[in-house]
Design a protein. Structure first.
Length: 214
């Protein structure tokens, strides 16, 4: 992407984060974009100025309606890539880079999805009940607890990460995360534990974890 286009995309993103969806402060924007706060303020004022050079460089390749369509399509399915959005919307007269620019202008960036374990509604209720039942426990109470769990480790390769397009502050929003499960093929299972007093042993598991294994 040409430097001038990068600057224009950055300016529009600053306005978007500060004025509309996110309501970020200039300091927070500066930290996220890794640039001085005064530069952020200067770019913001430049983009908000009625005299900003809208016609510098090439003419904009998309209409306001197409911009909305691109953003809407990505929000409906965060896993869609820019080429897929371009194909589905039949935007044959614009490039993939243009689609990416429009997405970045509204604060949608390609990121690896955060991984969160799948939790059933039943487990959610049980965990909440456990937390409420033990919210008044003292440190000495917790010293008597042994925490244990089993985990899977892939022997070859990985399960694949993929990408998701999301707003900058939505990393753990369920819509943008990748669910994980604890079991699968081509792997080994291990069990471990710890307590207030330190780490326990790490054991390689064979077969199904049941009361006899414990």
């Amino acid at each position: 992407m040409r430097p001038k286009l990068i600057d224009q995309v950055t300016e529009r993103l600053i306005v978007r984060l500060h004025d509309t969806d996110e309501r970020w402060s200039f300091s927070r924007i500066a930290g996220h974009l890794k640039m001085p706060k005064q530069s952020v303020i200067r770019k913001y004022k430049r983009q908000k100025s009625p005299n900003v050079h809208k016609k510098d460089g090439r003419n904009r390749k998309t209409s306001a309606r197409q911009d909305r369509m691109i953003a809407r399509k990505s929000r409906e399915d965060p896993n869609l890539t820019a080429p897929e959005i371009r194909t589905q919307l039949k935007l044959d007269d614009i490039t993939v880079r243009t689609v990416q620019n429009r997405l970045m202008e509204v604060g949608l960036f390609g990121r690896r999805p955060a991984e969160k374990p799948f939790i059933s509604p039943k487990n959610v209720k049980e965990r909440l009940k456990f937390a409420k039942d033990h919210q008044n426990w003292s440190v000495n109470d917790w010293k008597n607890v042994l925490w244990s769990d089993e985990s899977k480790f892939n022997m070859i390769g990985n399960d694949g990460k993929g990408y998701v397009r999301r707003p900058v502050n939505k990393r753990f929003d369920p819509k943008y995360t990748k669910g994980t499960v604890k079991f699968g093929g081509g792997n080994i299972m291990v069990w471990g534990c710890f307590s207030w007093h330190g780490l326990g042993p790490l054991r390689l598991l064979e077969g199904k974890m049941d009361r006899f294994q414990y």
